[in-house]
Design a protein around this ligand. Structure first.
Ligand SMILES: [Zn+2]
Length: 552
């Protein structure tokens, strides 16, 4: 089986639509930001007319582990650094699957200027002016960092950035300082075309939109400004005004990169030109606010445009959609470690609590149901049913077939993946079974629609069986062995070997007859660590596994 084909199929569809929509909640969608920046990079001027070094092999491998899709024509380290910097404003160091953490990150009052949105303090008649000033200050601050302290910017200087890689998890990676921070500056410039009502030619600002108050509890449009509009985050041909937004954002990005890249006037000249370039897009033409219906800005009508199932409805529905998406993602995230414990909003933390509570409750009910049905069957002493009580003769027959062959498959949605495996089992008695298994375990990324070959794991298995009925077992399973990486990735090479562990605290096996068992492990935790040295590579999966075991 080709994991790429299966992975693409599994990873596309509903999951991707959900993630893309969720990610778009606070900026130009990722594909717009990346497309605009890549287009601007085609004509970029680097300081001193320098040219970027080509990507190393490791940097090329890194592309497969980033949350962004890097265009094939991006072959330089500086270009890659700028694209990563551009995305960093939206993703930070967070796991792209952790929608709750990302929602908290983008709701930080201090983070609003990085997206040219209003901060909580940008209120009333001066709100537009102060929000624009903050955004400009953010952009100039990033340029200042990009240029460094010297008169001539040193493009050899790198800065180590913590990213959460799609498959490899947290990693500290050096990027070019100038390009990374210019990338962050370009993100804000681009957001100035999605987070504002603009004049028909898009040159001037009518009003700056609001995300942080709008998702809170005390949003007042008259004071806080018009709400963030999801539809403005798109930039495609089928989106209202999409191509115009994309074209102007590309123009503004190009102008900013040229202003800073040109050498005239040294450092002061670069900063002055950058300031002028920003000002040329940040001017307020007419005063537009709640009193005059924001000058009847046509973008207002887009709040009710319906797209896919998770597209925004009217104001309240839009919020519900975001909450719903967060709920679904939180359900997936529920059993993962609470890395970002400080919830920004009470709603989000309550949601997280409910979901955390929900998973074990559902598992308990499911298992309880199985046990209850077994109980019912036994009361009537039903024999020959699916899980009837075995008579003494039948028990002897069951125990006389200790050797088994098992075929299994599983799915993980936390860190996504699937696995297929085979193994042998031997019953040491009524309660203990031992065995040996091998499995192929490709890794998938739902949010990027990527698939890798993951690992092949070979491991010993120990099973403790609670014979609830002779035809129904509850089982506790422990596995330990080795894991072999099946592909080259950033800082880890194919063939790298490390430990593998798995535990299934509660599984169910149903014996349909003396030689066949159906086994369900609804909550297996498996950790493959195919690389333990250098940058350790660990992939943890919460699996739902099904197996068939035939005994002889
Ligand atoms: Zn943004």
């Amino acid at each position: 089986m080709n994991p790429r084909t299966i992975g693409r199929a599994a990873a596309s569809g509903v999951g991707v639509a959900m993630f893309l929509s969720a990610a778009s909640a606070h900026a130009f969608v990722k594909v717009c930001h990346q497309g605009i920046t890549t287009d601007a990079l085609d004509t970029v001027i680097w300081p001193s007319g320098a040219q970027s070094p080509a990507l190393t092999r490791d940097q090329s491998l890194l592309e497969g582990d980033l949350t962004i899709d890097v265009a094939p024509r991006v072959t330089g380290f500086w270009q890659l650094s700028m694209l990563v910097g551009n995305q960093f404003s939206d993703g930070g160091s967070y796991d792209a699957k952790d929608i709750v953490a990302l929602a908290e990150y983008t709701a930080l009052p201090d983070a609003q200027s990085a997206h040219c949105l209003r901060s909580p303090s940008d209120d009333g008649t001066t709100g537009d002016t102060t929000a624009l000033a903050s955004c400009k200050a953010f952009i100039l601050g990033q340029i200042d960092t990009a240029l460094g302290p010297d008169e001539v910017p040193d493009l050899q200087t790198t800065e180590t950035i913590r990213l959460h890689l799609v498959f490899s998890g947290d990693a500290d990676i050096p990027f070019d300082r100038y390009a990374f921070h210019m990338g962050r500056a370009t993100h804000a410039v681009q957001d100035a075309f999605t987070h504002m009502f603009r004049s028909p030619d898009l040159r001037q600002v009518r009003s700056v939109l609001n995300w942080v108050d709008w998702i809170g509890n005390s949003y007042d449009p008259a004071r806080d400004g018009f709400q963030h509009i999801l539809a403005l985050d798109s930039c495609g041909a089928s989106d209202v005004g999409g191509l115009a937004r994309r074209a102007t954002a590309t123009q503004a990005t190009t102008e900013l990169l040229s202003a800073v890249g040109s050498d005239d006037g040294g450092r002061a000249g670069r900063m002055a030109r950058a300031s002028a370039a920003i000002d040329s897009w940040f001017g307020i033409g007419e005063i537009c606010n709640a009193d005059n219906h924001w000058c009847d800005a046509p973008e207002q009508s887009l709040t009710s445009v319906a797209g896919c199932a998770v597209a925004p409805g009217p104001t309240d529905n839009n919020k519900k959609d975001v909450t719903l998406m967060a709920a679904m993602m939180a359900m997936i995230a529920a059993v993962r470690r609470p890395r970002h414990a400080r919830a920004r909003s009470r709603k989000i933390s309550l949601l997280r609590f409910k979901v955390r509570l929900g998973v074990p409750v559902v598992a308990f009910i499911l298992l309880g149901g199985v046990a209850a049905r077994a109980e019912d069957a036994s009361r009537g002493e039903v024999k020959g049913g699916v899980i009837g009580k075995a008579g003494p003769e039948e028990q002897k027959v069951l125990e006389s077939h200790p050797f088994g062959i098992v075929v299994n498959g599983g799915l993980s949605i936390d860190n996504a993946g699937y696995d297929v495996g085979v193994g042998v089992r031997y019953d040491l008695g009524k309660v203990v079974t031992v065995g040996l298994s091998a499995q192929y375990s490709p890794w998938l990324s739902i949010e990027t629609s990527r698939a890798t070959r993951g690992t092949t794991d070979v491991f010993a298995v120990g099973i403790y069986r609670f014979d609830v009925r002779d035809y129904l077992e509850l089982r506790f399973t422990l596995s330990a062995g080795v894991s072999v990486l099946m592909y080259d990735t950033y800082a880890a090479k194919q063939g790298s070997v490390g430990p593998y562990f798995a535990v299934s605290p509660l599984g169910v096996a149903i014996r349909t007859n003396r030689w066949l068992r159906l086994i369900i492990d609804p909550a297996e935790l498996a950790v493959a660590i195919p690389q333990t040295t250098g940058i350790p590579l660990a992939y943890r999966e919460h699996r739902f596994s099904v197996a068939v075991q035939a005994n002889f």
